[in-house]
Design a protein around this ligand. Structure first.
Ligand code: GAR
Length: 194
């Protein structure tokens, strides 16, 4: 199962997947590369570090969505790379047809909350400001509803009395770094990937 890691920024979750692969914890999954919609994203440096292709692709002129032409170009690029599973790991752009159609049932997203709670932007800040006693992270299938697809895995993180928003966020990120590679390895054992 060849996995494309799509992101827009830091890339700590893509790094966690690449590290899992390097340490033999990704099972039958292989990272095909990193694709980024921001030319200056630190995530692009993961390519040379882990010996995988790292590619900036123009998403078009909009901030939170693709232009239809550019979305078709992304779909072609990922198809040409022989990608089986698309992983949105900190990818801050809504995916619709034609990219979603090209990878229907073969695209997953990582979100920093216990969905369905706190979907959309800044899931950690939303949970913090709401005073939620716990939050966490979710890996789910991508469908046309933003953060709405069926869940593949969740990890819970408690908010302790001495937490700051920063320490709470750090614990959620650590939970993400463990959960995402685990879900990818599990998916590689399931049809249609196996
Ligand atoms: C992660 O916390 C991820 O869950 C979140 O962006 C962060 C990316 O961090 N994604 C979303 O909020 C998607 N709606 P990273 O670039 O260090 O992996």
């Amino acid at each position: 199962m060849r996995v494309a890691l799509l992101g827009s920024g830091r890339g700590s979750n893509a790094e966690a997947v690449l590290r899992a692969q390097a340490e033999g914890r990704l099972g039958r999954a292989t990272a095909a590369g990193v694709w980024c919609d921001v030319p200056t994203a630190p995530m692009l440096a993961l390519g040379p570090r882990f010996g995988v292709p790292a590619t900036y692709l123009d998403p078009g002129p909009f901030r939170t969505k693709f232009s239809p032409e550019r979305e078709a170009a992304w779909a072609s690029a990922l198809r040409d790379a022989g990608v089986d599973l698309v992983v949105l790991a900190g990818f801050m752009r809504v995916v619709k047809a034609p990219l979603l159609e090209a990878f229907a049932g073969r695209m997953i997203n990582l979100h920093p909350s216990l969905l369905p709670a706190f979907p959309g932007l800044d899931g950690i800040g939303q949970a913090w400001r709401a005073g939620a006693p716990e939050s966490g992270c979710t890996v789910h299938w991508v469908n046309a509803a933003v953060d709405g697809g069926a869940h593949l895995g969740q990890s819970r993180v408690r908010r302790e009395p001495d937490d700051t928003q920063e320490s709470f966020a750090a614990k959620i990120h650590a939970a993400e770094h463990a959960l995402l590679p685990k879900v990818i390895a599990e998916l590689a054992e399931r049809p249609p990937f196996r």
